[in-house]
Design a protein around this ligand. Structure first.
Ligand SMILES: *[C@@H]1O[C@H](CO)[C@@H](O)[C@H](O)[C@H]1NC(C)=O
Length: 187
């Protein structure tokens, strides 16, 4: 049996994390604009493992002058949600097309990883960020990391991933979001 997503299913842990995130909600993140818009983006993206990816996403989404680190984190999570939703549709399309049993099974396994990511984990992470519950957001993001890597491992016996670099991109996006949420946690 597959493990269920902890971000979604574990109410007890949810409550513990909720309680532990209270100190974070009381302190405002100290990250500030230094010298205008592009600098905030650069400052943030430099703290993530994929500067170019981070910066291209943030530069292609016009930030309002009032956007703060929390707004940037939200934007990044919503970007992952769009990207992961597209990957899920792609997987579902591939399942319909293939006549290869082994491939079909691997794809179906991946759809099972992506469904909770798209339907619950990322929306929960976005809600948590909106409510300044950064500890729980971080917890959900690490769940998304696990799900995507579980899917990715299914293709280790294939010479080439049938998803191309889609998993890789989603993994990188999640790493970027995770770093931004860590900045929020540091406050
Ligand atoms: C997913 O992210 C990659 C990298 O930013 C981008 O090239 C691609 O267009 C995105 N796909 C969707 C559907 O957002």
């Amino acid at each position: 049996m597959r493990r269920t997503s902890a971000c979604v299913s574990s109410l007890a842990i949810h409550i513990i994390l909720l309680a532990s995130s209270i100190p974070f909600t009381l302190s405002q993140p100290s990250f500030q604009w230094k010298d205008g818009k592009s600098d905030l983006v650069d400052q943030i993206c430099k703290k993530t493992p994929f500067f170019d990816l981070c910066s291209s996403i943030l530069h292609s989404n016009p930030l309002s002058p009032k956007t703060d680190l929390k707004g940037v984190a939200l934007l990044m999570v919503n970007n992952i949600l769009a990207n992961a939703s597209d990957t899920l549709s792609y997987i579902e399309g591939q399942i319909k097309q293939t006549s290869d049993r082994q491939l079909e099974q691997a794809l179906a396994f991946c759809a099972e990883s992506y469904i909770p990511v798209v339907k619950y984990i990322l929306p929960q992470a976005a809600d948590a960020i909106s409510q300044s519950r950064f500890g729980f957001a971080s917890y959900c993001i690490s769940d998304a990391v696990k799900e995507v890597s579980t899917c990715d491992k299914k293709f280790s016996s294939f010479s080439q991933s049938p998803l191309g670099d889609r998993n890789d991109i989603v993994q990188k996006l999640v790493d970027v979001a995770s770093s931004i949420i860590k900045l929020l946690l540091k406050g």
